[in-house]
Ligand binder design. Sequence first.
Ligand SMILES: C[S@@+](CC[C@H](N)C(=O)[O-])C[C@H]1O[C@@H](n2cnc3c(N)ncnc32)[C@H](O)[C@@H]1O
Length: 235
Amino acid sequence: MPVLLKQIIPLGRTLREYELMFALTEADRTKKILGCGDGPASFNAEWTARGGSVISIDPIYEFSGAQIKERFDAVINDIIADVEATQDRWVWEFQQTPQGLRQNRVAAMDRFLADYEAGKRAGRYQVAELPTLPFQDGAFDLALCSHLLLLYSHLLSLDFHVQAVQELCRVAQEVRVFPLLDLVGNKSEHLDPLRIALEQEGIETVIEQVPYEFQQGGNQMLRAVRNYETAGQIT
Ligand SMILES: C[S@@+](CC[C@H](N)C(=O)[O-])C[C@H]1O[C@@H](n2cnc3c(N)ncnc32)[C@H](O)[C@@H]1O
């Protein structure tokens, strides 16, 4: 499905946010990582600069850096104003203030843009989208999906989620998804049925607390791993 940039809010997070959201450890540093729906996050740029291995996929990578930045500039003021008007719905430990949030998002965008063209040439930013990915089985050790699955539960169906996580588990040994809340801050309606459907497909999931919370109560990630012993045996 072609992506229209007008439908997308291209906000990106930093490496520090990815580290906290996904409880990344020393052991993760040597893993081959897929960043799924990374958009203009600076995770890829910063992780690569530290010597890490990461490929980011996103449909917005069909657009130029200037086009992505133009869209960001068009929406950032309204987003910060919305957050300012609803400050008690958010946890300010990391972002500190709405202006701190803006600075973090601008810093991520700037870092992403500085890396984008070179990263595209190196194959680190690839145009692709769930629920079908252009990678071989087991191409990655770890797939990270931030602020896409579960968050947009009103737009993406349960079937889409099941197919998407199965696909991520096909290309990566382990999948982590954050947050588990939808856009209005409720537990995603898809979370429980998704876990049941995945279990029936031989994919084990666990919910883990992580040291990052911006949406109130949004401090958990889903970890999913295909269990090759039970896969296909559950009816
Ligand atoms: C809210 S942004 C999150 C960006 C980044 N993951 C972060 O947390 O900073 C959601 C991203 O998902 C991307 N996206 C939308 N549909 C997608 C799909 N079907 N497969 C992969 N990415 C998708 C959007 O283009 C957008 O860049």
